[in-house]
Design a protein around this ligand. Structure first.
Ligand code: CP
Ligand code: NVA
Length: 312
């Protein structure tokens, strides 16, 4: 019997699996409907539940459209529509979902809820962002880096010498970039103010508290919001994060040809300047598009569909 695949943190993927997912994502992008080519239909006739306990623009849009492009039906569920909000257990919710849909994507607060959903159900669970992780975003980010640095890739398509410096709050994005970046071979530095860093034992990323030295030699600077969903928006937090934003001067302090990425939503004037957000050195709007293609490949991977149909 094959085991159920999940994407809870992204560390479920080995380097060959991650790179196979990214290869498939590029293939799906090349076949996107805009080119007039047929949709892959690898999930024809199936349904995928998408539960959002937090707001979302990119994830909601790219998942709903992506699921449909794979031939499946996306079932969007908001918390106020589910009995989960009135006390029904995660265990029972998992059992109900498992009787009706092929997979479930969920954006929620606690990683423990996601883990319970995976443990109690019989279908793949995909993390659409939790307090701890955002693996779907990082899959799209790695795809974007393969496009941006085609001459810097290893023979297998992974990264061996590319250096990404994340600048800002040591949050879910920082953690996922560090964890999944390491699988793909990226060198990751997380530059955060004291009190807002990742735990030293959490990842193999280099931790720094100084933006100027932290970004030295980096090919990619990465920004995220200073105040994540669910965080308390305090004066203290904002004061601590002053100076941990990406502007042209910080890009100049990085490696020649360095680019800027941001998972968005952006707050120009805080974690990124408007000049960088819309300027020539960003690949942010490519990241946005790549969400759809990367997630389609991840859905095929968890469901052993499309090119992953013969996976053990
Ligand atoms: N980057 C990201 O996940 O965006 P949304 O919160 O809009 O989905
Ligand atoms: N760290 C942010 C990411 C938004 C996509 C948050 O969790 O709100």
């Amino acid at each position: 019997m094959t085991t159920t695949r999940h994407l809870l943190t992204g560390t479920e993927l080995s380097r060959p699996e991650l790179l196979a997912v990214l290869r498939r994502a590029h293939e799906l992008k090349a076949q996107a409907p805009a080119d007039g080519l047929p949709h892959p239909h690898s999930l024809d006739g199936r349904s995928v539940a998408l539960i959002f306990h937090k707001p979302s623009t990119r994830t909601r849009i790219s998942m709903e459209v992506g699921v449909r492009e794979l031939g499946a039906h996306p079932l969007i569920l908001r918390p106020d529509e589910m009995q989960l909000s009135r006390g029904e257990s995660v265990k029972d919710t998992a059992r109900v979902l498992s009787r009706h849909v092929a997979a479930v994507g969920i954006r929620t607060t606690a990683d423990a809820l996601l883990e319970e959903l995976a443990a109690e159900g019989t279908i793949p669970v995909v993390n659409l962002l939790t307090d701890g992780h955002h693996p779907c975003q990082v899959a799209a980010d790695l795809m974007t880096l393969q496009e941006a640095f085609p001459d810097r890739l290893a023979d297998d398509g992974g990264f061996d010498d590319l250096h990404l410096a994340y600048v800002g709050d040591g949050n879910n994005m920082a953690r996922s970039l560090a964890l999944m970046g390491a699988i793909g071979g990226l060198r990751v530095t997380v530059v955060s103010p004291e009190g807002y860093t990742l735990g030293p034992g959490e990842t193999t990323a280099t931790l720094s508290s100084d933006p100027q030295t932290g970004v030295a030699g980096a090919d990619v600077l990465y920004a995220d919001v200073w105040v994540s969903m669910g965080d308390e928006d305090s004066d203290e937090r904002r004061a601590a994060l002053q100076g941990y934003g990406i502007d042209d001067a910080l890009l100049d302090a990085a490696a020649p040809g360095a680019i800027a990425l941001h998972c968005l939503p952006a707050h120009p004037g805080e974690e990124i300047t408007e000049d960088v957000l819309y300027g020539a050195r960003q690949r942010i709007w490519d990241q946005v598009e790549n969400r759809r293609h990367a997630q389609k490949a991840l859905l095929e991977w968890v469901l052993r569909a499309g090119p992953f149909a013969d996976d053990a």
